[in-house]
Design a binder for this molecule. Structure first.
Ligand SMILES: Nc1ncnc2c1ncn2[C@@H]1O[C@H](COP(=O)(O)OP(=O)(O)OP(=O)(O)O)[C@@H](O)[C@H]1O
Length: 218
């Protein structure tokens, strides 16, 4: 599918994320069974459920990294495929399995992503400061703490334009200040009209920002 343009692109810019009839099985294990929901621009959808209930699987299907056995994921009525340039241009994601280039520093990672997905702005310095990563800007990923790696993953989503933000347990490994920042950041994403879909085990965060609750494995 080619990238839509012009008026269609404008319409999509203000459109919802919808998941319809999503089913995913691994052998005999039915992990997702007819999952349906809709998240509008400016809303946070919170995917909730116990360990192993299928939250990550759902997010992977939404970003197109995994293919559901049944069901459809759309943004503004357009099907999402990971390999589609348009889908990658509108969707920023920090899932569990994020990898970093071993020989690129923190600042170089962010500059690369800003260049690859960006619209000509240079938000890297701002995001480094916002995430508290400025002192680590020249470090390689292997030298970062687990919390700093998590911050780099989140920063990677923020240095690029996005209409949809997908986060898998973004609170993971963040300290108290980091969690306060995350709540504030998600509120600002809502204000700017982003569709946010996140899996979370943090009830305080969910209560503070969620508009739509998506229970998995209930
Ligand atoms: N590629 C795979 N092959 C087989 N089983 C899988 C695969 N991926 C996930 N599963 C299984 O699907 C189920 C859901 O896993 P998933 O990672 O989506 O859960 P989760 O809700 O994100 O869990 P957690 O809260 O622990 O992160 C688990 O039973 C898991 O073992």
């Amino acid at each position: 599918m080619g990238a839509p343009s012009g008026l269609l692109e404008e319409l999509i810019a203000v459109s919802a994320l919808t998941v319809e009839g999503l089913t995913r099985r691994f052998g005999n294990l039915v992990v997702l069974d007819d999952v349906n929901f809709r998240v509008e621009p400016g809303q946070v959808g919170a995917v909730l459920g116990a360990n192993g209930s299928g939250k990550t699987t759902l997010l992977r299907c939404v970003v197109g990294a995994d293919r559901p056995d049944e069901g459809v994921v759309t943004v503004g009525g357009q099907r999402i495929y990971e390999t589609d340039a348009w889908a990658r241009s509108i969707m920023a994601a920090a899932l569990d399995d994020i990898d970093f280039f071993p020989d690129l520093s923190v600042a170089e990672h962010l500059a690369l992503l800003a260049y690859a997905h960006g619209d000509g702005g240079d938000p890297v310095e701002e995001v480094l400061v916002e995430l508290g990563l400025a002192p680590a800007r020249d470090q390689l990923p292997i030298t970062l703490s687990s919390g700093q790696r998590r911050r780099l993953a989140l920063a990677s989503c923020l240095v690029r334009p996005r209409q949809v933000l997908i986060l898998d347990e973004p609170e993971q490994r963040l300290d108290v200040d980091g969690r306060a920042w995350l709540t504030d950041r998600l509120r600002r994403e809502k204000e700017s009209g982003t569709v946010v879909l996140m899996a979370s085990h943090d009830n305080e965060l969910v209560d503070a920002v969620a508009d739509v609750r998506i229970g998995i494995g209930e």
